[in-house]
Design a protein around this ligand. Structure first.
Ligand code: PEP
Ligand code: MN
Length: 334
């Protein structure tokens, strides 16, 4: 069990936590890791939970040491390096070529996106599907980024490609099928670029956070979580968007959370309504697939929205965020 201490907890407050535990015969150690201070104690300390929470200086008690760095608050001194995801990340499913990518990048920028997405290495269910352009796709992403000023996020499938993808991308994506590829996650922890980690399609939130922990524990504190839907019973929608995960993650972790309504639904008509719902649930951003000619898309055409639809989506998400911010400042009197 982990007892997280507030940033402003003084040495006397820490001592009181240790004294309470040790006085009850429970071994306890003070630790600092990645800027967070916490006391580590065996699970039997749970019987003292209420008394621990009542002590000044105690912020929260976490059950699961599997994600101690992801849990709790932004570590002291790290506020400035917290990944900002912008409101909307947009682009094609797959990079199809240089010209069409630049055309899409310019369109999504004009529609209000803050970051460009697009796969150069694609995790396709069949080996006979188009697998992406590889390094040529990465070069196209770099060029589109330079033309538009939008940073780019793209998926890395293989630990051996982390260096290559990192040379071109501003942020590296781990797809749903790789959420528990622990050697890939560890490799990403050893490099400096931010990581967009998508939730495994059948992963619990605990497993999701433990996967993020692999990156954090490697020394890379810049992880953004992406809820992209989990497997459900029907096929009306591609997945079931778990919007409850957004506020639930908010209470479990300091990591930013974005929502991908495109892979969640698989249907273009459902993307904008669910992006609005994600903004209302408190997501830090959304990631959506956009194409200038969805009918010609090489991958995921049915879920690609047009740039004009993206423009409405951006407007609506911003409007929802500003209503929520106004209400919050009215409530706090700020
Ligand atoms: C993607 O975003 O390109 C992708 C393949 O999504 P997911 O891993 O969520 O299926
Ligand atoms: Mn896709």
């Amino acid at each position: 069990m982990l007892i997280f201490l507030r940033n402003d907890a003084d040495p006397a407050a820490r001592e009181r936590v240790l004294a309470l535990l040790r006085g009850e015969g429970i071994p306890a150690d003070l630790r600092t890791q990645g800027g967070a201070s916490f006391v580590e104690a065996p699970p039997e300390a749970d019987r003292l939970r209420e008394r621990l929470l009542a002590l000044p200086g105690v912020e929260r008690v976490a059950e699961d040491p599997a994600y101690r760095l992801a849990a709790g608050k932004v570590p002291e001194g790290e506020t400035g390096s917290r990944v900002t995801v912008g409101t909307v990340i947009a682009g094609p499913c797959v990079v199809e070529g240089r010209e069409v990518l630049v055309e899409i990048a310019e369109a999504v920028r004009a529609a209000g996106a803050r970051m460009l997405r697009g796969g150069a290495f694609k995790p396709r269910p069949s080996p006979y599907n188009f697998q992406g352009l590889g390094e040529e796709g990465l070069k196209a992403l770099r060029e589109a980024s330079e033309r538009t000023g939008l940073p780019v996020v793209t998926e890395v499938l293989d630990p051996r490609d982390v260096g290559l993808v990192g040379r071109y991308a501003d942020m590296l994506q781990v797809g749903t099928r790789n959420m528990q590829n622990f050697s890939l996650l560890s490799e990403l922890g050893r490099q400096p670029k931010p990581v967009l980690l998508k939730r495994g399609m059948a992963a619990t939130l605990g497993e999701f956070l433990a996967a993020a922990e692999y990156v954090l524990a490697g020394g890379n504190r810049q992880v953004v979580l992406c809820e992209r839907g989990v497997r459900g019973p029907g096929d009306e929608t591609r997945n079931v968007l778990d919007l409850a995960a957004v506020p639930a993650l908010r209470s479990l972790t300091h990591l930013p959370v974005v929502v991908d309504p495109s892979h969640a639904t698989g249907r273009a008509a459902l993307v904008r309504p669910l992006a609005r719902a994600a903004a209302a649930a408190g997501a830090d951003g959304v990631m959506v697939e956009v194409h200038v000619r969805p009918g010609e898309a090489l991958c995921d055409g049915p879920q690609a929205i047009l740039p004009s639809e993206l423009e409405r989506l951006v407007d609506e998400c911003l409007a929802i965020r500003s209503v929520l911010a106004d209400r919050a400042s009215l409530a706090t009197g700020a």
